[in-house]
Design a protein around this ligand. Structure first.
Ligand SMILES: [Ca+2]
Ligand SMILES: [Ca+2]
Ligand SMILES: [Ca+2]
Length: 634
């Protein structure tokens, strides 16, 4: 790193000169105006600062120096002074709109304000920068795993805990509950208020869709039915270092994490490293020429051919079309091969974790980013927060694809990303097929057969729905009997199960955005409050109780989380398996079934559907009602 002593002395001298020239407090207003009129060009060219990223960092952090990105104007030729810190490796882009600087923080540096000064021949400007105290580790950065049940909620659609953030001067016109692609008003305050509900249901972790600041106006690029959209879902960041004003503030996010931890609930936050939103300031003016893959005017469209990434015979050009293309030809694709981009994203991730004390990350669009970047990103996370856990989104029903992206797999070039978990999309499809369409339940067991491909089947996250697919109850032919069977599967199979908000009360809804309806009762004046049993229909309450019982049983029975799985019987529409002392039996047929399995099935069915098994010698006979599941616990 280049330093700095000389620059600082130099700069200090120029600083004095500059203060004389531009006018301090002792000069009268008339004099300043006179000077300005004499030298308008010089005055107009003085550097300005609009944004500092990250705005703060920590002493004794695994990343030191931190690479600070300063957005401003007239930064060409800038030197950077960092009193009580050490600065170097300054780089300014050709437009003079972005300066990068390494800021080294001595271990003894105390928390406080440490503004940087950018100085050019035309003047100087301060860039605010703060050293923060690290949050105590105890009870934070906990990670998550098979002992947890994760609840995915969309912050804008769960509960409106603070109506004062519904419309603010920053974005006054993009909230409308009658429009499915506008903000509806849910927020972090609402999630905090509903923690007792989540605790009562029995989940132990929440995953929230991204809370980055998204565009303050309508999106007229991503248009459906000729209608503009908004960034209510959070996936189109315009500021990676701020919480969207509709959802709250970083202080509220930290308070939510603290409250959740007090309730025994972990917090997993969604992050997006593949792209920014189309309205991010970078799109019009990028920090480096290679910040994105192309420009808004000229870039590759994404071909969605993720299979080419795993194809050992694919030419590199085939892969690049999927790695570098812009999603829906609109979302600016970040170039993680640019080392400045890579550092930016890695630091940004650690900043969110360090600021909040959160426990895990859900990473979007995993296949569309080079595995080398993921290796570096995972390494940086684990270096600073060894207990934190990451689940990656590989949206693919083919186990060969999931296997390819498994964190322990050596991908071409010998790269292992180290990602902890992946979603179990392969299991999702036979679950829907069996329990909605009446296809054989055997398909679920046959998909589980493919677990032999994985190093760690337990590292998968099974689910029956999430925010990118139609609701289970939104599919033609879906019934709550089928939904209950699906919940039994998800909550008793291996891995860390995921519950999508509202599925526990059988909310309907078609494809995006209809699958993101408001949770009933989350808004003052809602016709019904389904957060309370009294606000649920009898059918909703039956599903809720089913999920609640399964979660309570899962919590009480470590075997349901950690014991080896043994498939005891698989027929076209019956499936019985054992996990340790617990036996799960499912009948997907429209008539009752009697099935005999090896071994003694002891105990009672906690779900209340089956009578006790008849044990005879080394075999047990189970009588299963139509379209029902039973969990026998000794
Ligand atoms: Ca609100
Ligand atoms: Ca916003
Ligand atoms: Ca990409």
């Amino acid at each position: 790193m280049r330093l700095v002593e000389g620059e600082m002395r130099d700069g200090a001298m120029r600083g004095r000169a500059s203060r004389r020239g531009v006018g301090g407090g002792s000069l009268g207003l008339g004099v300043v105006l006179a000077l300005a009129s004499l030298a308008p060009t010089a005055s107009a060219q003085a550097p300005t600062v609009e944004k500092v990223e990250p705005p703060n960092w920590w002493a004794n952090h695994s990343i030191n120096p931190v690479r600070v990105l300063i957005r401003g104007r007239h930064l060409a030729g800038a030197r950077v002074e960092c009193p009580r810190l050490a600065c170097g490796a300054v780089k300014v882009n050709a437009q003079g709109t972005y300066a990068f600087v390494d800021v080294r923080i001595a271990p003894s540096t105390r928390p406080g304000d440490y503004p940087l000064t950018l100085r050019t021949t035309s003047g100087s400007v301060k860039a605010p920068f703060t050293i923060s105290a690290q949050l105590p580790v105890m009870g934070r950065f906990q990670g998550f795993g098979v002992d947890d049940v994760v609840y995915l909620l969309m912050p804008d659609r769960f509960a409106n805990g603070d109506t004062t953030n519904d419309r603010t001067p920053k974005s006054p016109n993009i909230l409308d509950r009658t429009k499915a692609r506008y903000y509806h008003g849910g927020d972090l305050a609402g999630v905090r208020q509903k923690l007792p509900y989540l605790k009562q249901l029995g989940i132990t972790a929440i995953w929230m869709n991204p809370i980055y600041d998204n565009n303050d106006g309508t999106d007229t690029l991503e248009v459906y039915d000729k209608q503009p959209t908004t960034g209510y879902h959070g996936y189109g960041a315009t500021d990676f270092y701020a919480v969207d004003e509709h959802l709250g503030t970083m202080a509220e996010f930290r308070a939510l994490v603290d409250d959740a931890h007090k309730a025994g609930i972990k917090v997993v936050l969604d992050m997006v490293a593949n792209h920014s939103g189309p309205y991010h300031p970078w799109v019009k003016d990028a920090p480096t020429p290679t910040w994105f893959h192309g420009t808004q005017a000229r870039h590759p469209d994404n071909t969605w051919q993720t299979w080419t990434l795993a194809n050992p015979y694919a030419a590199d050009t085939l892969r690049r079309a999927t790695l570098d293309g812009w999603f829906i030809n609109i979302l600016p694709d970040l170039n993680q091969d640019d080392p400045e981009v890579s550092r930016y994203i890695i630091q940004n991730t650690l900043w969110w974790v360090g600021m909040s004390g959160m426990d895990g990350i859900r990473q979007d669009t995993w296949p569309y980013v080079p595995v080398k970047f993921w290796r570096d990103w995972m390494g940086a996370i684990k270096k600073q927060y060894p207990t934190l856990r990451v689940v990656g989104e590989v949206f693919d029903g083919d186990p060969a694809m999931i296997r390819f992206f498994e964190g322990t797999n050596s991908t071409p070039g010998g790269v292992k990303t180290g990602v902890d978990y992946l979603f179990d999309f392969p299991l999702y499809y036979p679950i829907r097929d069996a329990f909605i369409n009446g296809k054989p339940i055997k398909g679920i067991a046959q998909m589980l057969m493919r677990d032999h491909l994985y190093d760690k089947p337990d590292a998968l996250m099974p689910f029956l729905g999430l925010h990118d697919v139609s609701r289970f109850m939104g599919e033609k032919g879906a019934t709550t009997d089928g939904l209950k069977l699906a919940f039994t599967t998800v909550l008793t199979t291996r891995g860390t199960p995921l519950v999508y908000y509202g599925d526990e009360i059988a909310i309907p809804g078609g494809p995006d955005p209809d699958n993101r309806r408001d949770f009933p009762g989350g808004w003052t004046g809602d016709a019904r409050d389904a957060f309370e049993a009294s606000g649920r229909t009898a059918e909703q309450q039956a599903v809720w109780q089913h999920v609640h019982t399964l979660l309570r049983t899962r919590a009480a029975q470590p075997d349901l989380r950690r014991a080896r799985t043994e498939h005891l019987a698989v027929t076209e529409q019956q499936f019985v398996f054992r996990r340790g002392a617990v036996v799960v039996a499912m009948n997907n047929d429209s008539t009752a079934a009697t099935i005999t399995v090896p071994g003694a099935v002891r105990g009672t069915d906690v779900l209340g559907a089956c009578a006790a098994a008849e044990i005879s010698g080394a075999r047990s006979t189970l009588r299963l009602p139509a379209r029902a599941s039973c969990v026998f616990v000794p």
